[in-house]
Design a protein around this ligand. Structure first.
Ligand code: CA
Length: 227
């Protein structure tokens, strides 16, 4: 469906927030449907078949965002990607928990630009490797998968194999939080025997070699995000 705007359902009872999100998403060419509670949200998803759902944790009525997410996950076929809005860092564990597994989250107050960037990152990932590009640029860095080369400000930086693989994987998922476990599974392989501190050690090496000002954030208790 070329040219057709991707639909996003925003489930949030605070109209100030949903109107702001709506404004920024429309500005970026998305079609937005707002829903003010969980029931309306589920109905909108069933009706509109959106590409993504933005879901607040705190919703009025008998169903909070976590429950809505759980139901969306159970809805069968290919589950719709979900970006959660959380009010407190304490909610993050529940939001990213395996049983319900939101694709990403943003903690309030958030910048609408940041939210739109996260939405695009999730959609890129959901589309899979079809639009994969060889060279990814993040700030001063260029990650060139074709040549297995990393450049900082145009200069090649020598990395060990695993360091490169880790950086390349983070670069493929720019803007998304990846847990240590996800990184171990993707970069070292699910059958690799070792603990999650291995990831921290390699991240430290990357920062040392590429500069401490690398846009590589440590998300405490969760994992890492590049970009
Ligand atoms: Ca709310």
């Amino acid at each position: 469906m070329p040219g057709e705007a991707a639909t996003i359902v925003v489930v949030e009872d605070d109209h100030n927030i949903s109107d702001l999100v709506d404004l920024y998403l429309r500005r970026d060419g998305f079609r937005v449907i707002q829903a003010a509670d969980g029931e309306a949200g589920l109905a909108a998803v069933a009706r509109e078949r959106p590409r993504l759902v933005i879901l607040d944790v705190g919703l009025p009525g008998g169903m909070d965002g976590i429950e809505v997410c759980r139901r969306l996950r159970q809805a069968g076929d290919v589950p719709v990607p979900v970006l959660m809005l959380t009010a407190r860092d304490a909610e993050v564990d529940r939001v990213l928990g395996l049983e319900m597994g939101a694709d990403d989250y943003v903690t309030k107050p958030f910048s609408p630009r940041e939210l739109v960037a996260r939405v695009k990152a999730i959609l890129r990932r959901a589309e899979g490797p079809v639009r994969e590009v060889e060279v990814v640029s993040i700030g001063p860095l260029e990650v060139d998968r074709g040549r297995r080369e990393v450049r900082r400000d145009g200069e090649v930086v020598a990395l060990a194999t695993r360091e490169f693989d880790l950086l390349a994987h983070l670069a493929e998922n720019t803007g998304l939080v990846l847990s240590r476990r996800q990184l171990l599974d993707s970069v070292w392989g699910a059958d690799w025997y070792g603990d999650e501190r291995t990831v921290d050690v390699h991240i430290r090496q990357l920062r040392k070699k590429l500069g401490e000002d690398l846009p590589l954030a440590t998300i405490w208790g969760v994992g890492y995000r590049l970009g």
